[in-house]
Design a protein around this ligand. Structure first.
Ligand code: HEM
Length: 119
């Protein structure tokens, strides 16, 4: 999931852009997690980031109800991956880019072929 929608309940302004009442707004949490004004080396996977104000599970009243479950799964999955896999070789990647007029948005990959080598 790279974005979620909201509808403005009143005329407002977000980061300098006017948003009239009833306008649909896209919240791109994935982009927020790569904000270089917030994260050092935002495009690097760093499991041990000390200051990590990510919004992968949303925030405030919309915070993900399954986040505790998802975190528990990742706490099992990632150590198991690191124990068993020594190297991941990327062979082919075809990005899925959505063209939205004013900007383009990467929404994942059409194709992603990689090989996992044992540790
Ligand atoms: C890595 C896994 C997951 C990610 C990245 C994720 C991400 C998110 C995000 C960003 C939201 C906020 C949506 C918003 O702002 O409108 C959300 C909401 C929610 N998530 Fe997850 N989620 C994950 C796993 C799960 C699981 C495993 C469950 C259930 C077992 C779950 C149940 C929900 C529910 C019910 C909401 C709505 C909460 C509300 O609006 O009150 N999620 N999730």
């Amino acid at each position: 999931m790279t974005q979620l929608a909201r509808v403005a309940t009143t005329d407002t302004e977000v980061c300098g852009s006017k948003v009239p009442e009833d306008t649909r707004i896209s919240l791109c949490y994935a982009a927020a997690n790569r904000d270089e004004t917030v994260f050092e080396c935002p495009n690097e996977v760093k499991f041990d980031r000390k200051v990590n104000p990510h919004v992968a599970f949303g925030f405030s009243i919309h915070n993900c109800l399954g986040s505790t479950h998802a975190r528990a799964l990742m706490n099992l999955l990632i150590p198991s991956l690191l124990e068993k896999v020594g190297r991941i070789q990327l062979y082919e990647a075809e990005e899925n880019i959505e063209e939205l007029g004013e900007f383009n948005r990467k929404v994942g990959f059409h194709k992603l072929n990689a090989q996992f080598y044992p540790a």
